[in-house]
Design a binder for this molecule. Sequence first.
Ligand code: SAM
Length: 284
Amino acid sequence: MILQGALYIVATPIGHLEDITLRARQILSAVDRIAAEDTRHSLHLLKHLGIEKPVVSLHEHNEKEKALKLLEPLQQGASLALISDAGTPLISDPGYHLVRLAHEQDIKVVPIPGACALIVALCASGLATDKFVFEGFLSAKPTSRHKQLENLIKETRTLIFFEAPHRVLATLETMRVIFGDQRQATLARELTKTFETIRHATLRELWEWVSNHPMQQRGEFVILLAGASKPVQDTLSAETQRILKRLLAELPLKQATRLAADITGIPKGLLYEEALALKRASEL
Ligand code: SAM
């Protein structure tokens, strides 16, 4: 059964081709057209499912101008399914403008749930699942990436990131600096595929393992980090605050933070936040 004039958002596998729901298969067989991110890639899946349908492209570079045109036939009762290269459309994938426009035009939007790499990784991560934050892809630029991570230093919820294979090691290294060697983390690689690897360890152990095994720098990755155990203010003891204050009285902020990190073993990122706050307070 398919609704006339509806836009279906259909999740497809993130690796293993059998990870598609019966409903997704049925909807893809029944709709009039399918919009896909990379038509060639999706034709491979459709062939595997034995589905022959007109497939049109909708990717991040043409979505805005194509969305309006794609929805026109839906006003006359045609149906459209949106899929992406893998997993759930719109999750770090195109589709937002299309769905938004569909709502503006009173077109029914029907989600067909299925695989989503961040959820698959989270449930196998060994990290807290009750509250989490999905940060998508970090910036490709090292300085922006550093800043983005620094802004998350106080986050107590589990943190989830997508990362490209050629940046995975550098990102783990930056994470070590900001969140400390001992922060618990999970690296989920090639989920549902032949070389699936899910490793839960400290940031330091993960970094060492990935550096020593170049094979572990290939494929698709989700990086998950345990949230800060307590709000940052509570984790710095009176003694640490005293050391930091004393060093700040003699040295520039960055140097004081670095020395305090050496003395106390507390991650530089945490101390830097506190040092900034102390400096601001002393200037008032
Ligand atoms: N929409 C997709 C979803 O629902 O999972 C995500 C699309 S995003 C463009 C692609 C990124 O998701 C990859 O670079 C990787 O970080 C992550 N990813 C997708 N499939 C994965 C897999 N099988 N194993 C690990 N990570 C995966």
